[in-house]
Design a protein around this ligand. Structure first.
Ligand code: ADP
Ligand code: TYD
Length: 206
Protein backbone atom coordinates (compact mmCIF):
# COMPACT_ATOMS: atom_id res chain seq x y z
CA UNK A 1 0.00 0.00 0.00
CA UNK A 2 1.18 3.51 -0.82
CA UNK A 3 -0.09 6.62 0.94
CA UNK A 4 1.07 10.08 -0.04
CA UNK A 5 0.81 13.41 1.79
CA UNK A 6 0.36 16.61 -0.14
CA UNK A 7 -0.17 20.29 0.61
CA UNK A 8 1.49 23.66 0.26
CA UNK A 9 4.71 24.38 2.17
CA UNK A 10 3.91 24.87 5.86
CA UNK A 11 0.54 23.06 5.71
CA UNK A 12 1.65 20.55 8.34
CA UNK A 13 1.85 17.54 6.05
CA UNK A 14 5.27 16.29 7.27
CA UNK A 15 3.98 16.45 10.85
CA UNK A 16 1.03 14.28 9.82
CA UNK A 17 3.15 11.87 7.76
CA UNK A 18 5.31 11.32 10.87
CA UNK A 19 2.26 10.86 13.08
CA UNK A 20 0.88 8.24 10.70
CA UNK A 21 4.28 6.48 10.76
CA UNK A 22 4.15 6.43 14.57
CA UNK A 23 0.69 4.83 14.48
CA UNK A 24 1.69 2.30 11.84
CA UNK A 25 4.82 1.32 13.76
CA UNK A 26 2.53 -0.09 16.47
CA UNK A 27 1.06 -2.53 13.94
CA UNK A 28 2.98 -5.63 12.85
CA UNK A 29 3.59 -4.26 9.37
CA UNK A 30 6.62 -3.36 7.29
CA UNK A 31 6.63 0.41 6.83
CA UNK A 32 8.86 2.86 4.98
CA UNK A 33 8.89 6.68 5.01
CA UNK A 34 10.19 8.61 2.03
CA UNK A 35 10.26 12.33 1.38
CA UNK A 36 10.37 14.05 -1.97
CA UNK A 37 12.51 15.27 -3.51
CA UNK A 38 15.06 12.92 -1.95
CA UNK A 39 15.23 9.49 -0.38
CA UNK A 40 18.17 8.09 -2.38
CA UNK A 41 21.73 9.34 -2.85
CA UNK A 42 20.98 10.52 -6.40
CA UNK A 43 17.63 12.07 -5.46
CA UNK A 44 19.14 13.93 -2.46
CA UNK A 45 21.76 15.45 -4.78
CA UNK A 46 19.01 16.57 -7.15
CA UNK A 47 17.18 17.98 -4.09
CA UNK A 48 20.21 20.11 -3.24
CA UNK A 49 20.12 21.60 -6.76
CA UNK A 50 16.38 22.19 -6.69
CA UNK A 51 16.30 23.97 -3.33
CA UNK A 52 19.49 26.03 -3.73
CA UNK A 53 18.37 29.69 -3.56
CA UNK A 54 21.52 30.70 -5.47
CA UNK A 55 20.50 28.88 -8.67
CA UNK A 56 18.22 29.99 -11.50
CA UNK A 57 16.41 26.92 -12.83
CA UNK A 58 14.00 27.31 -15.73
CA UNK A 59 10.50 25.93 -15.04
CA UNK A 60 10.59 23.04 -17.50
CA UNK A 61 14.05 22.00 -16.32
CA UNK A 62 12.73 22.20 -12.73
CA UNK A 63 9.85 19.87 -13.64
CA UNK A 64 12.26 17.36 -15.19
CA UNK A 65 14.59 17.47 -12.16
CA UNK A 66 11.73 16.77 -9.72
CA UNK A 67 10.64 13.95 -12.03
CA UNK A 68 14.19 12.57 -12.29
CA UNK A 69 14.53 12.48 -8.49
CA UNK A 70 11.17 10.65 -8.33
CA UNK A 71 12.02 8.10 -11.05
CA UNK A 72 15.17 7.14 -9.13
CA UNK A 73 13.31 6.89 -5.80
CA UNK A 74 10.56 4.73 -7.29
CA UNK A 75 12.97 2.26 -8.92
CA UNK A 76 15.47 2.09 -6.08
CA UNK A 77 13.20 2.11 -3.03
CA UNK A 78 9.43 2.34 -3.48
CA UNK A 79 8.85 -0.36 -6.09
CA UNK A 80 10.84 -3.16 -4.39
CA UNK A 81 9.39 -2.37 -0.95
CA UNK A 82 5.83 -2.18 -2.28
CA UNK A 83 6.31 -5.46 -4.16
CA UNK A 84 7.22 -7.13 -0.83
CA UNK A 85 3.89 -5.97 0.61
CA UNK A 86 5.22 -3.07 2.69
CA UNK A 87 3.34 0.14 3.43
CA UNK A 88 5.03 3.22 1.95
CA UNK A 89 4.33 6.66 3.41
CA UNK A 90 5.38 9.36 0.91
CA UNK A 91 5.89 12.92 2.12
CA UNK A 92 4.95 14.33 -1.33
CA UNK A 93 4.70 12.34 -4.54
CA UNK A 94 3.86 13.14 -8.18
CA UNK A 95 0.81 15.31 -7.34
CA UNK A 96 3.36 17.88 -6.09
CA UNK A 97 4.70 18.17 -9.64
CA UNK A 98 1.20 18.55 -11.07
CA UNK A 99 0.31 21.22 -8.47
CA UNK A 100 3.63 23.16 -8.23
CA UNK A 101 5.04 22.89 -11.77
CA UNK A 102 1.66 22.54 -13.50
CA UNK A 103 -0.51 24.87 -11.41
CA UNK A 104 2.16 27.11 -9.86
CA UNK A 105 4.61 27.53 -12.75
CA UNK A 106 2.26 26.68 -15.64
CA UNK A 107 4.97 24.64 -17.40
CA UNK A 108 2.41 22.39 -19.10
CA UNK A 109 -1.18 21.32 -19.03
CA UNK A 110 -1.97 19.48 -15.78
CA UNK A 111 -3.58 16.51 -17.60
CA UNK A 112 -0.46 16.10 -19.70
CA UNK A 113 1.73 16.32 -16.57
CA UNK A 114 -0.29 13.66 -14.78
CA UNK A 115 -0.02 11.38 -17.81
CA UNK A 116 3.75 12.03 -17.94
CA UNK A 117 4.00 11.08 -14.25
CA UNK A 118 2.58 7.62 -15.08
CA UNK A 119 5.75 7.08 -17.11
CA UNK A 120 8.00 8.66 -14.47
CA UNK A 121 6.66 6.36 -11.74
CA UNK A 122 6.34 3.33 -14.05
CA UNK A 123 2.68 3.19 -13.05
CA UNK A 124 3.35 3.17 -9.28
CA UNK A 125 0.34 5.05 -7.89
CA UNK A 126 -0.82 5.88 -4.33
CA UNK A 127 -3.81 4.04 -2.88
CA UNK A 128 -4.56 7.11 -0.81
CA UNK A 129 -3.47 10.74 -1.03
CA UNK A 130 -4.04 13.00 1.96
CA UNK A 131 -4.29 16.67 1.07
CA UNK A 132 -3.59 18.73 4.18
CA UNK A 133 -5.35 21.92 3.17
CA UNK A 134 -4.67 25.31 4.76
CA UNK A 135 -4.90 28.86 3.45
CA UNK A 136 -1.72 30.50 2.19
CA UNK A 137 -1.88 32.86 5.19
CA UNK A 138 -1.92 30.03 7.73
CA UNK A 139 0.92 28.24 5.94
CA UNK A 140 3.11 31.34 5.77
CA UNK A 141 2.54 32.10 9.45
CA UNK A 142 3.68 28.58 10.30
CA UNK A 143 6.74 28.89 8.08
CA UNK A 144 7.56 32.30 9.55
CA UNK A 145 7.68 30.84 13.05
CA UNK A 146 9.95 28.07 11.70
CA UNK A 147 12.24 30.65 10.08
CA UNK A 148 12.36 32.27 13.50
CA UNK A 149 14.36 29.18 14.47
CA UNK A 150 17.19 30.36 12.14
CA UNK A 151 16.00 28.56 9.01
CA UNK A 152 16.00 30.53 5.76
CA UNK A 153 13.63 30.14 2.82
CA UNK A 154 14.74 27.64 0.15
CA UNK A 155 14.45 28.33 -3.61
CA UNK A 156 10.86 27.07 -3.83
CA UNK A 157 9.71 28.84 -0.66
CA UNK A 158 10.86 32.16 -2.12
CA UNK A 159 7.96 32.15 -4.60
CA UNK A 160 5.28 34.71 -3.71
CA UNK A 161 1.81 34.17 -2.21
CA UNK A 162 0.09 34.17 -5.66
CA UNK A 163 2.21 31.16 -6.60
CA UNK A 164 1.04 29.26 -3.50
CA UNK A 165 -2.59 30.29 -4.18
CA UNK A 166 -2.31 28.65 -7.61
CA UNK A 167 -0.69 25.53 -6.12
CA UNK A 168 -3.42 25.26 -3.49
CA UNK A 169 -6.26 25.64 -5.97
CA UNK A 170 -4.69 23.05 -8.28
CA UNK A 171 -4.51 20.58 -5.38
CA UNK A 172 -8.16 21.23 -4.53
CA UNK A 173 -9.15 20.67 -8.16
CA UNK A 174 -7.15 17.41 -8.33
CA UNK A 175 -8.89 16.23 -5.15
CA UNK A 176 -12.29 17.09 -6.57
CA UNK A 177 -11.53 15.12 -9.74
CA UNK A 178 -10.50 11.99 -7.83
CA UNK A 179 -12.47 11.81 -4.55
CA UNK A 180 -11.78 8.07 -4.16
CA UNK A 181 -8.01 8.46 -3.97
CA UNK A 182 -7.94 11.86 -2.23
CA UNK A 183 -8.81 12.65 1.37
CA UNK A 184 -8.95 16.39 2.00
CA UNK A 185 -8.44 17.42 5.63
CA UNK A 186 -8.71 20.87 7.13
CA UNK A 187 -5.13 21.45 8.25
CA UNK A 188 -5.98 24.54 10.30
CA UNK A 189 -7.31 22.27 13.08
CA UNK A 190 -5.06 21.07 15.90
CA UNK A 191 -2.40 18.45 15.06
CA UNK A 192 -4.36 15.87 17.10
CA UNK A 193 -7.64 16.58 15.31
CA UNK A 194 -6.02 16.30 11.87
CA UNK A 195 -4.29 13.07 12.88
CA UNK A 196 -7.54 11.53 14.14
CA UNK A 197 -9.36 12.33 10.90
CA UNK A 198 -6.59 10.79 8.79
CA UNK A 199 -6.46 7.68 10.97
CA UNK A 200 -10.22 7.20 10.74
CA UNK A 201 -10.02 7.09 6.98
CA UNK A 202 -6.84 5.03 6.92
CA UNK A 203 -8.07 2.30 9.24
CA UNK A 204 -11.00 1.72 6.86
CA UNK A 205 -8.46 1.30 4.07
CA UNK A 206 -6.42 -1.18 6.13
P1 ADP B 1 5.06 20.95 5.85
O1 ADP B 1 5.72 19.61 5.86
O2 ADP B 1 3.71 20.89 5.20
O3 ADP B 1 5.92 22.04 5.26
P2 ADP B 1 5.35 20.88 8.74
O4 ADP B 1 4.71 19.60 9.15
O5 ADP B 1 6.85 20.93 8.69
O6 ADP B 1 4.74 21.37 7.33
O7 ADP B 1 4.77 22.03 9.69
C1 ADP B 1 5.14 23.39 9.51
C2 ADP B 1 5.14 24.06 10.89
O8 ADP B 1 3.81 24.13 11.38
C3 ADP B 1 5.94 23.32 11.94
O9 ADP B 1 6.58 24.27 12.76
C4 ADP B 1 4.89 22.52 12.70
O10 ADP B 1 5.26 22.28 14.04
C5 ADP B 1 3.67 23.43 12.63
N1 ADP B 1 2.40 22.69 12.57
C6 ADP B 1 2.14 21.53 11.92
N2 ADP B 1 0.84 21.16 12.04
C7 ADP B 1 0.24 22.13 12.80
C8 ADP B 1 -1.10 22.32 13.29
N3 ADP B 1 -2.09 21.47 13.00
N4 ADP B 1 -1.35 23.42 14.02
C9 ADP B 1 -0.36 24.32 14.29
N5 ADP B 1 0.92 24.19 13.88
C10 ADP B 1 1.23 23.12 13.13
P1 TYD C 1 10.66 20.68 1.39
O1 TYD C 1 11.61 21.38 2.28
O2 TYD C 1 10.68 19.18 1.40
O3 TYD C 1 9.23 21.27 1.66
P2 TYD C 1 7.99 20.67 2.41
O4 TYD C 1 8.40 20.42 3.83
O5 TYD C 1 6.94 21.71 2.25
O6 TYD C 1 7.65 19.41 1.64
O7 TYD C 1 10.89 21.22 -0.07
C1 TYD C 1 10.33 20.69 -1.21
C2 TYD C 1 9.89 21.83 -2.09
O8 TYD C 1 9.80 21.39 -3.43
C3 TYD C 1 8.51 22.36 -1.71
O9 TYD C 1 8.48 23.77 -1.91
C4 TYD C 1 7.61 21.72 -2.75
C5 TYD C 1 8.51 21.61 -3.95
N1 TYD C 1 8.17 20.52 -4.89
C6 TYD C 1 7.81 20.83 -6.21
O10 TYD C 1 7.74 22.00 -6.58
N2 TYD C 1 7.55 19.81 -7.08
C7 TYD C 1 7.65 18.49 -6.71
O11 TYD C 1 7.42 17.59 -7.54
C8 TYD C 1 8.04 18.19 -5.35
C9 TYD C 1 8.17 16.76 -4.91
C10 TYD C 1 8.30 19.24 -4.48
Amino acid sequence: MIISFEGIDGSGKSTQAQRLMARLSRLEKEIMYVREPGGTVVSERIRDLLLDPGLTIFPFAEMLLFSAARAQLVQEKIKPFHARGGIVVCDRFFDSTVAYQGGGRAVADTDWLEEFQRTVTAGVWPDKTVLVDVTVDVASQRLASRFGDHQTADRMEQAGPEFFERVRSTYLRLAEQDPTRYLVVDGSQSEDAVEAQIWDDFSTLL
